[in-house]
Each structure stands twice: as structure tokens, then as C-alpha cells.
Design a protein around this ligand. Structure first.
Ligand code: CMX
Ligand code: CO
Length: 140
């Protein structure tokens, strides 16, 4: 069901500073910068690698407001890994299969994610404390 790790989402206070850090320490390149009002984030995707099943990225996330998913996470836990995003072929099918196994879906239907992808989140409390995102990219 899972094709690859699409991205690791990392919560930070200052997106520009964190981008510069990842560029200078790891030599990564920003391929997309977006504001996603629905998710409450200003974010950047930095390309890590290309594989048979698609590319993988680091997603840097800065909250738009304190009262957002990432804003609350930062206040509680500070900067660090926020979620893992896995690539899937058919997100609607994957959600139905995962839900049937008793895992709570935070999104019953896919939403709009970075670079035109369809995304949906699974409840961290049902995945051993890991906020988990499914990603169906717009191109395969
Ligand atoms: N990873 C693991 N656990 C998390 C978590 C995370 N990222 N965020 C919250 N939790 C835990 C909290 O620690 C808390 O646990 P305790 O009750 O044991 O303290 C519990 O979940 C509830 O947390 P909360 O602070 O009260 O927050 P909410 O319940 O309001 O929201 C969650 C938590 C996961 C439902 C919400 O953050 C959500 O819907 N996330 C999905 C959307 C999202 O994160 N969007 C931003 C990224 C967008 C993108 O990737 O494109
Ligand atoms: Co993500």
C-alpha cells in the first residue's frame, strides 16, 4: 500500500531560517514554497532524492497562527519532526482500507497538499504516536 516515504514534515518557528539551514548543511534545494490556509501553514518542500516510486522531500512547516495544528505542536513540544508522509497510488482506496482496520482518519476525504498532491492524515494516537499523512502525487 505504501510506495515510499514522500516526506518528513518538520515544525519550525522561522521558515526562511530553517530553509537556509537545510540548504547550507545538507545542500538541499527548495522545489516549492506555498501557503496552505486550510492546513494553517507556510511551508517549503526541499528535494532529497528520486526513486523508482517517485521523489522524497523534507517539508519545513511554519504555523500561520498559534491556533493551528503546527502552532499547537510547537507550543507543546517545540521544533522537531511533526509527521511522516507516505506516498500511495490511490489515496481514496488507501483511506478506506486503513479505516476498515480501525485507525481513525483525520480526513475522511483527501485535501489539497503541496505541489498539487492529494493528502489525508491519520490520527497519531492510533499509529503509535506518529502523525501520519498519505500523499497521492499529481504526477506518477
Ligand atoms: N505527532 C504526534 N502526536 C501529536 C501531534 C503530532 N504531530 N500533534 C498532536 N499530537 C498529540 C498531542 O501530543 C496530544 O497528545 P496528549 O493528549 O497525549 O497530550 C494529542 O495528539 C492531541 O493534541 P492537541 O495538541 O490537543 O491537538 P489537537 O487534538 O487539536 O490536534 C491533530 C492534533 C493531530 C488531530 C491535529 O494536529 C491534526 O489534525 N493534524 C493534521 C493536519 C496537520 O497537521 N496539518 C499540518 C501539516 C500540513 C501538511 O503536511 O501539508
Ligand atoms: Co506533510
Amino acid at each position: 500500500m505504501l510506495l515510499r516515504i514522500d516526506h518528513v514534515g518538520i515544525a519550525c518557528h522561522n521558515l526562511s531560517e530553517k530553509i537556509e539551514f537545510y540548504e547550507s548543511v545538507f545542500g538541499l534545494t527548495v522545489v516549492s514554497r506555498e501557503i496552505n490556509e486550510e492546513q494553517g501553514v507556510r511551508e517549503a518542500m526541499l528535494h532529497v532524492a528520486d526513486g523508482d516510486q517517485g521523489a522524497s522531500y523534507v517539508q519545513l512547516l511554519e504555523p500561520l497562527h498559534p491556533d493551528t495544528a503546527v502552532g499547537k505542536f510547537l507550543a507543546k513540544r517545540g521544533e522537531g519532526v511533526h509527521h511522516v508522509g507516505y506516498g500511495v497510488t490511490d489515496i481514496t482506496k488507501a483511506l478506506a482500507e486503513i479505516s476498515a482496520k480501525g485507525v481513525r482518519l483525520l480526513d475522511e476525504r483527501p485535501r489539497h497538499g503541496s505541489m498539487g498532491a492529494s493528502i489525508a492524515f491519520l490520527h497519531p494516537k492510533d499509529i503509535g504516536g506518529v502523525l501520519t499523512e498519505l500523499v497521492e502525487t499529481s504526477r506518477h
